[in-house]
Design a protein around this ligand. Structure first.
Ligand code: FAD
Length: 567
């Protein structure tokens, strides 16, 4: 049994809705996952509302540099891509989900190309494939050298805007999803049956509370990187979807597995546009031959792993962090000076520009780097079609935990997953929408964590739940979070994000304390090795009292899949 000592916020405070609208499906989030789902739903003439708290096409997707992993070359094989994914996942991947992802990936790339994606090509016109850590073959499809995510966002957002113009999608920007609308329990429901979701309460761009009522709610809200003070993630990645899902009663899984990217530019934020987001130096730079060194030029990864600088991320980041602590250093260096100006200019123009903007020239000097929070392998328990343990609630992309990423994501598998799962979820809902349900009366008012607490939450996560953690640090974090002030009143979006980050921080620390081993990207200083008894997932739900409880692995999802198959 895993329990938090202090109750979490059960509902975000909100006034009565000033407006109520009805549709068939609401997609929350417009990164790759949400846009892919929305496109598929619009193609099938399902009425769909798409909302984002930013602008259409924002989120981590737009910042991705390396690209998308897919087997598109005769020199590669699906079996090798599966094997590389399973190896990186350190025993916690769902092999069937991985096989489905890998075999669907080439079609997902093809679909983007049909929509107009201009991926980089070699002299013969074939896709120019990059290499990244943990991959045993060149299989990373990229665009604009290192602007791959921007291209994915561009084509998918373009397709969605076209559907909006044709009246097939309703899209609203600057609209913040607060909480799911929970359905009134049906008379036939078993007493302990998980609930159902029938819409979402939002704050619209005028600051007005409204309700979208829908047969399906698709969470595509991305990751949680903003929990940490240093992250590659944009300001939108505040774990809102994870917190919303847990408040709706959904099971969440493997939250302790936060991947830290090894190479974030280690200079103080020089640009006001960064908004807490660190500058990432893509792994593809190491794929082309750059190496990690200390100030004296000693190779950091030599002899550590057969793939050296291209070892899986968890290995590289943890090795760097140990090196930094052992030698009392602030950062290491990525040396790509031998790659030459042409390579930097042609393959990594955005990274080159971002470094030069901050006073570093990678062509002539090693780039100071350190690891930072990057990708959440855990999330809302879901299958690759997006079904969660709560009826009517679906989760896709980084917000979901489908078993594809295991204890450590293989580089460039996440956009691929977002596209495949978003598309499959759209197809599932186009085939069969859940029944329309009546919402139960939702509470209004309530307490929230003020935005002023966010700096403390960030500091605590960075100090206590960083790359290297132990029981003492997790307990310290849980104590700090439990002692966080809560206030009543009318929250701003910044207060709501702080409240969600508080919930997410408690979830992550609880899971990281519970898993007494080191595996994948979860590294404990007090339990330094994997333990066979932990070769399993850690799945949790929130109780009605706002505490966390460990629950069975499937946590109701298998039952929902069975019912649907039987229907
Ligand atoms: C710098 C960087 C580089 C990366 N490089 C790669 C790479 O090369 N290859 C790769 O595979 N992966 C890469 N990743 C990871 C990858 O980009 C993400 O995992 C993936 O794009 C997630 O897509 P998504 O659609 O699930 O979420 P996102 O793209 O993050 O989109 C989330 C959406 O949800 C919205 N949202 C969030 N909360 C709310 C709310 N409360 N209400 C309304 N809307 C909300 C956001 O505004 C946004 O529209 C990188 C990530 C970063 C940050």
């Amino acid at each position: 049994m895993t329990r938090t000592r202090h109750p979490l916020v059960r509902r975000l405070p909100a006034t009565e809705p000033a407006w109520i609208r009805e549709t068939d499906a609401v997609v929350i989030g417009t990164g790759a996952a949400g846009l892919a789902a929305a496109c598929r739903l619009a193609d099938a003439d399902v009425r769909v509302a798409v909302i984002t708290k930013g602008t259409l096409g924002d989120g981590s997707t737009a910042w991705a540099q390396g690209g998308l992993a897919a087997v598109v070359s005769g020199r590669d094989s699906l079996a090798q891509h599966v094997e590389d994914t399973l190896t990186a996942g350190a025993g916690l991947c769902d092999a069937q989900a991985v096989r489905e992802l890998v075999s669907s990936a080439p079609a997902a790339v093809e679909r983007l190309i049909e929509l107009g994606a201009a991926f980089d090509r070699d002299g013969s016109g074939a896709l120019d494939l990059g290499l990244e850590g943990g991959h045993h073959a060149r299989r990373i499809i990229h665009a604009g050298g290192d602007a791959s995510g921007a291209e994915v966002s561009r084509v998918l957002a373009g397709a969605v805007w076209s559907a909006v113009a044709a009246g097939r999608i309703e899209a609203t920007e600057h609209t913040y999803a607060l909480d799911a609308l929970l359905a009134s329990p049906s008379r036939s429901a078993a007493p302990r049956a998980a609930g159902a979701v029938c819409g979402v309460r939002v704050i619209d761009s005028d600051g007005v509370v409204g309700e979208w009522r829908a047969r399906a709610v698709v969470l595509a809200t991305g990751g949680i990187g903003q929990l940490w003070a240093t992250t590659t993630n944009p300001s939108t990645s505040t774990g809102d979807g994870l917190a919303l899902a847990v408040r709706a009663g959904a099971a969440v899984r493997d939250l302790e597995f936060m991947q830290f990217h090894p190479t974030i530019l280690a200079v103080p934020h020089a640009s006001a546009n960064d908004r807490g987001r660190g500058v990432l130096i893509s792994e593809a730079v190491r794929g082309e031959g750059a190496v990690l060194v200390d100030a004296d030029g000693n190779r950091v990864m030599a002899g550590v792993h057969p793939l050296a600088d291209l070892a899986p991320r968890d290995v590289v980041s943890a090795t760097m962090q140990h090196y930094l602590v052992e030698h009392d250093l602030d950062h290491l260096y990525l040396d790509g000076t031998h790659l030459g100006a042409a390579m930097w200019e042609q393959h990594f123009p955005s990274i080159l520009a971002m470094c030069r903007d901050r006073g570093i020239d990678p062509v002539t000097e090693p780039v100071p780097v350190r690891p930072a929070a990057h990708y959440h392998c855990g999330g809302v328990v879901a299958d690759l079609d997006g079904r969660t343990s709560v009826r009517g609630l679906f989760a896709v992309g980084e917000a979901a935990c489908t078993g594809v990423q295991g204890a450590n994501r293989l580089a460039s598998n996440s956009i691929t997953e977002a596209l495949v799962a978003g598309d499959r979820c759209g197809q599932l809902l186009a085939r069969r929408l859940p029944p329309r349900r009546r919402p139960a009366v939702a509470a209004t008012g309530g307490a929230f964590v003020p935005a002023a607490a966010r700096a403390m939450i960030n500091r605590s996560a960075t100090r206590n739940a960083g790359l290297l953690r132990d029981a003492d640090s997790m307990v310290a974090m849980l104590d700090q979070l439990a002692g966080t002030e809560r206030i009543c009143g009318t929250p701003t979006p910044a207060d709501l994000e702080a409240t969600n980050l508080h919930t997410v921080g408690t979830l992550v620390a609880t899971a990281a304390l519970r898993r007494t081993e080191s595996r994948g990207c979860h590294r404990r200083l007090d339990h330094t090795r994997p333990r066979p008894s932990w070769l399993r997932h850690l799945t949790m739900i929130m109780t009605a009292a706002g505490t966390l409880e460990e629950t069975a692995e499937g946590a109701g999802l298998a039952g929902i899949q069975r019912d649907e198959d039987a229907a």
